[in-house]
Structure formats: C-alpha cells, structure tokens
Design a protein around this ligand. Structure first.
Ligand SMILES: NC(=O)C1=CN([C@@H]2O[C@H](COP(=O)(O)OP(=O)(O)OC[C@H]3O[C@@H](n4cnc5c(N)ncnc54)[C@H](OP(=O)(O)O)[C@@H]3O)[C@@H](O)[C@H]2O)C=CC1
Ligand SMILES: O=C(CO)COP(=O)(O)O
Length: 319
C-alpha cells in the first residue's frame, strides 16, 4: 500500500525505511530547511541507516497527504498540536488513517497525543498510536522486537497491524489507548530517572525503579479510566530495557543532568514529566518518582537529597 511518513528525524526516517523494507510504497516528508531532510536528499543516509532510492522524499505536505491512505507521524510530541493545525488546513484529509509514532503528552494540558491530534483534525480521520520498545540501530541490524498498535476502533487497529507486521517487528493489538499512551510517554520519565541513578552510581536501584515506577504509573492509568495491567505490557514495562538499560536519549539526558553535561538531542521525558505532574494533581494520584524527577530538573532539588527523601517516606504495602 502507499504510506507517507511525516517527520524525518531518527524515528521517522526509520519508519520510512521499515515500511519500504516490508514492501510498501513510501513517501517521506521533511520540513523545508530541515538539516535531517537535506542530508537525506543529498546522501540518502543519516547516522543510523541508508534509505532505498525507492522512497520518495518530499517537502510538500500536500503531496505527502494526497500520496497515501495511511499516514505515519513522528515529530517532537510538543509540536504535534501546531503541526496538526497545519494539517487540518489541507484538503484531502478525509478518510485517512493517521498513526502517531511518538512518546509524549502535551506538557501544558497533560493531554494524550491522540486527544491533541483528534481535537485539531476532527473525528473523520482514524487515529492510532504505534509504541513499544525498539531502537533504530537494532532494527537496521536485523534485531527484532515486539511493539503495540492501538486505536479506539479494533478494525482500524487490525488493518494497520496486518499491513505493518513482519518478522522484524511483531505487533500486538492494543486494547487500552489511555494505558498505551500514558505508559509510552511515562517510560521516558523512568528513563531519565534511570539515567540519574546511573549518574549517582546507584545503577543497582534500577530494578526497584522498574517495580515502583510501573506501580505508580499503573495507579494513574487506572484513575484515568484505563487498565492498570496495560502498564506491564509493551508500551511501558516492555520498553524499559530499551530505555533504562541502553543508550536511550532519555537515559542519557538523566545521566548527563547529574554529571553536569548537557544532552542536546530530543529527550521527550523532560516535557512529559510536566504533564504527569499536572495529571497527578488533577487525578489526585501520588507519583513520587515522577515528582522527584520533576523537582530535580525544574526546581534544582539536590538529586542525592531527593533520593534520600524518597526512601524516608512512610512505609506502606507494596500493592
Ligand atoms: N521505539 C519507538 O517507538 C521510538 C519512538 N520515538 C519517538 O519518536 C518521536 C521523535 O523522536 P526522534 O525521531 O528521536 O526525534 P528527532 O529529534 O530525531 O526528530 C524529530 C523530528 O520532528 C521534526 N519536527 C519538530 N518540530 C516540528 C514541527 N513543528 N513540524 C514538523 N516537524 C517537526 C523535526 O524536524 P527537523 O528535521 O526539521 O528538525 C525532526 O525531523 C519522539 O516522540 C520519540 O519518543 C523515538 C525512537 C524510538
Ligand atoms: O523509545 C525508545 C526506545 O523504545 C527510544 O528512547 P529514547 O528516545 O530515550 O532514545
């Protein structure tokens, strides 16, 4: 089938590579003046992969939208609303299926990305999310992984999975959009926390972080009307190896933050932790780990003291 990918950063370019590899016709869109796009136009390469010459590159959003029935979007999560506004002004937007491949929440409102996108695009489009573990550098070296696709319409979910499943990525049908989106976004915050532990030479605490991090996010998901078990699936816990124990951007941001080094690439967890703070207040759910990350990043709290404070909270039941 014809597939357009909007966004030509690390992940968007991989998604175009992947869709082409499994047999689809692909157009990859990038912004005018995008250094990523210009580099791909010149060499068809980026730091991670080489794009087949069959993949059409375009700077015209109109062309990219009319090219395909299935449109994959992967840009910085905080830019999604303004980007969706831009899309909503284009013609030929009806009856398209949009697949959001981002892990974030709107920082100012705490809204999920499918909500943000739906508010701007309207209800006529099908909106799905594709999340779960996977690094470009693994996939292009033929190392497989499992991921999850979800939407509010199981027939839409099934159709997307049917088109995208392969022996490189095994997909599962998502059953809980709230859990999948909150889980996917929140795993980046846990990734930052893991990097902070690494920076403090407390890496052995990452097992406890996995146990307690999943627990606090599952409480939030439940309060929001999702299924708390989803958090223990691919979108959150399943992504921990790829985030807490790898060269993940979010983990590197956290470690760099402790060591006084700036990490320049996109670490979505920084904005997401603001959104989670908002949701924690709104739903009256305690998120002690997320809150600690927030205080360290935005209020200059001392990391060692913050960790100690987490340990000194009143003792309670595990579940
Ligand atoms: N396993 C998974 O599911 C993975 C998911 N991700 C997710 O993918 C998303 C993107 O991450 P990543 O590719 O690493 O980030 P990058 O920074 O590499 O790419 C971001 C892209 O967004 C584009 N962009 C930014 N703002 C706008 C805008 N206003 N309008 C249009 N395009 C815009 C940038 O354009 P320009 O080229 O002009 O700079 C760039 O191409 C994140 O949410 C991340 O969490 C990432 C890796 C793996
Ligand atoms: O989502 C990812 C792996 O599944 C990538 O995480 P980072 O954005 O932290 O590198």
């Amino acid at each position: 089938m014809d597939i357009s990918v909007l966004g030509c950063g690390r992940w968007g370019t991989f998604l175009a590579w992947y869709a082409n590899k499994i047999g689809h016709n692909v157009m990859l869109w990038g912004r005018e003046n995008s250094r990523n796009f210009i580099g791909l136009q010149e060499t068809r390469k980026n730091d991670y992969l080489t794009l087949s010459k069959d993949i059409e590159l375009s700077m015209s959003l109109e062309k990219a939208i009319s090219y395909a029935e299935m449109i994959i979007i992967s840009i910085s999560a905080q830019e999604l609303r303004s980007f969706a506004k831009q899309l909503s002004r284009l013609s030929k937007m009806q009856r398209k299926t949009f697949i959001l491949c981002m892990k974030g929440l709107e920082a100012s409102s705490g809204k999920r990305l499918s909500q943000v996108f739906g508010e701007e695009i309207g209800k006529t489009a099908n909106i799905a999310v594709w999340v779960g573990p996977g690094h470009v550098q693994d996939f292009v070296n033929d190392i497989p992984n499992c991921m999850v696709i979800g939407s509010e319409n199981i027939e839409v979910t099934k159709k997307i999975v049917q088109e995208l499943n392969s022996d490189l990525i095994r997909f599962y049908y998502g059953q809980d959009l709230i859990g999948n989106e909150i889980g996917a976004a929140a795993k980046n915050v846990m990734g930052i926390a893991a990097g902070m532990l690494d920076g403090l030479n407390n890496s052995s605490l990452k097992g406890s972080l996995m146990a307690r991090g999943t627990r606090e996010i599952s409480r939030l998901v439940r309060a929001m009307g999702g299924n708390d078990v989803t958090v223990y699936g691919l979108s959150h816990l399943g992504d921990f190896e790829a985030t807490l124990f790898s060269d993940s951007h979010n983990r590197k941001f956290g470690q760099g933050f402790i060591q006084g080094e700036r990490f320049e690439k996109l670490a979505e967890g920084v904005s997401t932790v603001t959104a989670l703070k908002e949701l924690s207040t709104h739903y009256d759910i305690q998120l002690p780990i997320c809150n600690a990350v927030y205080e360290i990043i935005f209020n200059n709290n001392d990391p060692k003291e913050t960790l100690k404070d987490l340990f000194l909270r009143p003792v309670k039941f595990e579940f």
